[in-house]
Design a protein around this ligand. Structure first.
Ligand SMILES: [Zn+2]
Length: 173
């Protein structure tokens, strides 16, 4: 894929030299300043939130990648932030909901293409309970929400493969 780091990064981010070579698998080495640059998985969080009818909350993405497609609420973990704090922050930012309980489900690797560059993510999924739905708002990088169940979910409308896997794991499918 042309968006992979080895096809996009041409210069050493430390000294600017073009003697910057992909070593295969997951690192670059600069032959000029010897800087060793690693491509690691970026942590992200995804929340599984159900309403009183056991329907799962999905968000509609407001921006690319996968604009207009369905997603779980969540996002990237900031530098120096815990996954739990990222979960609370993202759910507050996107939905104005407060998480009361969160239980870790598992992690799901994904590839997220943004600005023509592939970011390898490790999506950490949490089953969450929220304080209440009264103050729910649609904010930030989502344009709408919908509630789905096993019978009516449209798998083809979900953008990311990792999100499909998370939902299937949640429903034991
Ligand atoms: Zn360098």
């Amino acid at each position: 894929m042309m968006t992979r780091p080895e096809n996009v990064l041409k210069f050493c981010p430390k000294c600017g030299s073009s003697a910057f070579h992909f070593e295969g698998e997951r690192s670059f080495l600069c032959n000029s300043c010897k800087f060793h640059f690693f491509i690691n998985g970026s942590a992200a969080v995804a929340a599984l939130i159900e309403n009183e009818k056991d329907e799962l909350l999905l968000t509609v993405r407001a921006f690319h990648p996968n604009k207009g497609m369905l997603d779980l609420p969540g996002g990237f973990v900031d530098p120096n932030e815990s996954a739990e704090d990222a979960l609370n922050r993202e759910i507050k930012e996107e939905l104005n909901l407060d998480i009361k309980e969160a239980h870790y489900l598992g992690s799901f690797p994904n590839q997220y293409v943004y600005s023509g560059y592939t970011v390898y993510t490790c999506d950490l999924a949490f089953r969450c309970k929220v304080q209440g739905w009264n103050q729910v708002h649609i904010h930030d990088d989502i344009s709408d929400i919908q509630f789905v169940n096993k019978e009516n979910i449209d798998w083809n409308a979900i953008g990311a493969e990792s999100i499909k896997k998370i939902i299937k794991a949640h429903w034991n499918m």
